[in-house]
Design a protein around this ligand. Structure first.
Ligand code: WQD
Length: 323
């Protein structure tokens, strides 16, 4: 059965495509290349890349038909929190309108299996750590809101049309399965630290007065290769007849900003002594995943730790940065 992976030329999407192809799952990619890089799909001869938007209903229906697609892994979307605050309409158009258009095309073509790229951002600042999938969702940014609204749309489609849908709430994704697939954006902690090292400036810590053991923000960093494996497990569960569900994708362990800086220093040999700035508005002190449900129901457990994430991210960063 062929899967359509949207956003499959992006950092996370390309990891999903490589993992599914390596596991023998036939895949076709749709990506508008607005931030994706077709070069990430090199070495995958049997994986067609269709350049276009999920909102192009004619194109999507043609792809679904021509490739006999029976399931969709929807990764395409915008994910920069600060950008979503500055331009919420663009985020709702791309992330929610895009999902609705894609689901309408799926319904028109009888595609009944859907894996959705959601986010821990739906939780906002959770009351408890680790945070379970049943915790209250109080997103703090338009980005997080678009992910929560999208989950609601999927849930209603499951109820009304029998869509088998799984939402995967990614925690903090880092690392690279191979250098060519690395994260070239600098919108999250690890690439931002690398960018500071390249610039010869100290990394910036956003607040060291959080209610955490060392005062800096705690997050659940999860290797992108593990995230990709979670998508494969979710897709196979739907193929096996599961109705789907909502799952955290993390390690269950929290690391502070200082932990990350220490590992970056060990890996790069650089001095990562930071400057401490004020807290970032809306930043939660600690966001760590409860991971029991995905292990019980999908048999998935993240296997890689922070050292592997940082080392693989650093290798990729040095290969991909413009010389
Ligand atoms: C991590 C920690 C910062 C940069 C992301 C996004 C999204 C989502 C996961 C998928 C925080 C601190 C950061 C810096 C710092 N994933 N920090 N100095 O805020 O958890 O949000 O969650 O959808 O990618 O919503 O990730 O990488 O921005 O920050 O001190 O230069 O590092 O305060 O504690 P965040 P982040």
């Amino acid at each position: 059965m062929t899967w359509l992976v949207t956003g499959g030329a992006g950092y996370i999407g390309a990891h999903v495509v490589h993992a599914m192809a390596a596991a023998g799952e036939p895949v076709v990619v749709l990506d508008d290349l607005s931030s994706g890089d077709a070069g990430r799909l090199d070495g995958l001869p049997g994986v067609p890349l269709v350049v276009g938007s999920v909102r192009d209903r004619g194109l999507v229906r043609r792809v679904l038909r021509e490739h006999a697609v029976q399931g969709v892994v929807h990764v395409a979307g915008k994910k920069a929190v600060a950008e979503s605050v500055a331009d919420p309409l663009r985020y709702f158009a791309e992330n929610v309108e895009g999902l609705v258009a894609l689901l309408e095309s799926c319904r028109a073509k009888g595609v009944g299996r859907f894996v959705f790229s959601s986010s821990a951002a739906v939780y906002g600042a959770p009351d408890a750590d680790p945070v379970t999938e049943d915790a209250p969702c109080r997103p703090l940014s338009p980005y997080g809101q678009t992910k929560l609204v999208s989950e609601w749309v999927l849930r209603d489609c499951a109820t009304a049309y029998g869509l088998a849908a799984t939402s995967l709430r990614y925690f903090n994704v880092a690392g690279a399965a191979r250098p060519r697939l690395g994260d070239t954006g600098a919108a999250n902690l690890v690439p931002m630290v690398f960018a500071a090292l390249d610039a010869g400036t100290p990394p910036v810590v956003f607040g060291d007065d959080h209610a955490t053991p060392d005062g800096t923000g705690v997050r659940d960093y999860v290797h992108v290769a593990d995230v990709a494996t979670a998508h494969l497990a979710a897709a196979r569960a739907l193929t096996a007849g599961s109705a789907g569900g909502t799952y955290n994708v993390g390690t269950g362990a929290g690391c502070s900003v200082r932990d990350v800086l220490r590992v970056v220093a060990e890996v790069t040999g650089a001095d990562t002594t930071p400057v401490v700035a004020g807290r970032r508005p809306g930043d939660a002190a600690s966001v760590v995943a409860a991971v029991g449900r995905i292990e019980r129901e999908l048999g998935f457990r993240a296997r890689r730790g922070l050292p592997d994430m940082i080392a693989s991210a650093w290798t990729a960063w040095r290969r991909l940065q413009p010389l």
